[in-house]
Design a binder for this molecule. Structure first.
Ligand SMILES: Nc1nc2c(ncn2[C@@H]2O[C@H](COP(=O)(O)OP(=O)(O)O)[C@@H](O)[C@H]2O)c(=O)[nH]1
Ligand SMILES: [Mg+2]
Length: 474
């Protein structure tokens, strides 16, 4: 983006902004405009046809769009949203033009020329927050909904848009504020033995608040897996059929498959949403080089990356050729035991079942399941047999990692989890504070840590970090 279209823009600038709200290539594109100059700009753009003084609000009006010399830009539909009853709370408009890169860029250029600057990512939502139309948690929920790739993510985001998360956090903050105030009062009455503001009584209440913060902080583990996906790595010996299985799950030829051992080197990543018995789950799937001793310097790097992928994965899929002997499987399990043994989930995938005898399959299943301890699916990427079943088993295995009680609030963003953690740490300190003065000070800090979650307008740098993950036009 050039300086000219951006100006000295920051999120706190008050100027009029414009951005396409739809992706390139559709039949219709929607361009959004918001800010004080929206009215005069729309009026000029439509040569007076849509005049904010008389135009019916929130109604589609057909109008020719004209450039400054009167040249026709498009035959369009415009909705005029006067502030404060608009999404951003400002005067704004949505211009529906014919889709396609040329028309959209001509109209945008014209709007820039008439004084609207290109919006920053999420800037419309930012303005909605600034103008009190929604709070920060609700704005983040809007962004979560746009990014939702499964049912659970969408319903969590929709609930949060109605304010469930901000309500919960505000209640917690209110309790922290009360405790801090009581602590401060307690300082003055320390010699009078008033039970309500004594350190032991306040500690008891603070302990309950700590537990609630702890639960909220732990909810991020599930919330992030619902919203961003369950990290899943494919592990196995070279040529086991990892890449073939990866492609079969995706339903497309994404990762290179060949009979040459060591074909996959760098990690190949894709997202896929699988349907389980009860719920669908999104995976962040990583196809790896696999694990083996190698002298090839490039493959060695791939194997090191495999180890890293294994360590960060929530779920491991152990892919083993169904014809592999028990000894080889045992050896493979021992060699990869370190990454497998940690708390992550593991599913065995027998591959190339079309080439194996029933006896071989049974033998390999027994070895890979370690006598029934682990779920094992039989597949053939070649015939497609067992792939559907494997998807189902994987999705069901993920269910406990992505489970949510009806109405339960789960954090989905790292910045939120960090804020809650920080608040909890200050509370931990408050709980061991030897004097009421220190207790009160720690509670104030704990409360301050929750600031970004309860809509106190945070510093511009924090806002930039939050809203820059949004899409343009939202
Ligand atoms: N017949 C058969 N061959 C397979 C199957 N899966 C993989 N292969 C073959 O096994 C070889 C290695 O597969 P690949 O997916 O590259 O294994 P990777 O090294 O573990 O990624 C290739 O020649 C594949 O065509 C399968 O289900 N059936
Ligand atoms: Mg491969």
């Amino acid at each position: 983006l050039s300086r000219r279209t951006l100006g000295n823009a920051g999120y706190l600038a008050q100027d009029t902004i414009v951005a396409p709200a739809t992706a390139v290539g559709g039949a219709i594109a929607i361009i959004r405009l918001s800010g004080g100059k929206s009215g005069p700009i729309v009026c000029a753009l439509t040569a007076g046809k849509v005049d904010p003084a008389s135009a019916p609000p929130r109604t589609l009006i057909r109008a020719n769009l004209r450039d400054e010399r009167g040249g026709l830009l498009d035959d369009a539909m415009i909705a005029w949203f006067p502030g404060p009853g608009s999404y951003t709370g400002e005067d704004s408009a949505e211009i529906h033009v014919h889709g396609g890169a040329w028309v959209v860029s001509r109209v945008l250029q014209n709007l820039h020329a008439r004084g609207a600057r290109r919006a920053l990512p999420g800037e419309f939502s930012f303005r909605a927050v600034r103008n009190g139309k929604m709070n920060l948690s609700q704005a983040e929920a809007v962004s979560d909904l746009i990014g939702a790739e499964n049912e659970a993510a969408a319903s969590l985001a929709l609930e949060k848009m109605s304010g469930t998360q901000s309500k919960l956090v505000s209640e917690l903050a209110e309790e922290l504020r009360n405790l801090a105030t009581f602590g401060e009062v307690g300082i003055d009455f320390a010699d009078q033995d008033i039970e309500e503001v004594s350190l032991p009584a306040l500690r008891k209440r603070a302990e309950r608040a700590r537990q609630r913060l702890q639960l909220l902080s732990e909810s991020y583990a599930r919330g992030s897996k619902i919203q961003s996906g369950v990290g899943t790595a494919l592990l196995g010996l070279p040529n086991a059929g990892k890449s073939s299985f990866f492609n079969a799950l995706l339903g497309e030829d994404r990762s290179i498959v060949s009979e040459i051992a060591g074909t996959t080197r760098d990690i190949v990543r894709e997202r896929v949403t699988l349907s389980g018995t009860r719920a669908s789950v999104t995976l962040r799937l990583e196809d790896t080089a696999g694990l083996r001793e190698s002298s090839d310097p490039i493959e060695k790097i791939g194997i090191e990356r495999t180890r890293q992928a294994t360590h960060r994965a929530d779920l491991l899929l152990l892919v083993v050729d169904a014809r592999t002997t028990r000894e080889t499987i045992d050896l493979f399990l021992t060699q990869s035991a370190a990454p497998i043994s940690e708390k992550r989930r593991v599913i065995g995938v027998l591959s190339k079942c079309d080439l194996a005898t029933p006896r071989e399959i049974e033998g390999a299943r027994a070895a890979l399941s370690e006598s029934g301890k682990r779920r094992v699916v039989e597949t053939s990427a070649f015939t497609g047999a067992g792939i559907q079943e494997a998807s189902l088993v994987i999705a069901d295995e993920c269910e406990s990692m992505t489970h949510r009680e009806a109405g339960e609030v789960l954090l989905t963003r790292e910045s939120q989890a960090e804020a809650v953690n920080e608040a909890r740490e200050h509370l931990d300190r408050a709980l061991t504070a030897p004097q009421i003065e220190l207790f009160a000070a720690d509670l104030r800090q704990s409360l301050a840590s929750l600031g970004p979650l309860i809509g106190e307008t945070p510093a511009e740098e924090i806002l930039t970090r939050i809203f820059s993950t949004f899409c343009i036009g939202k």
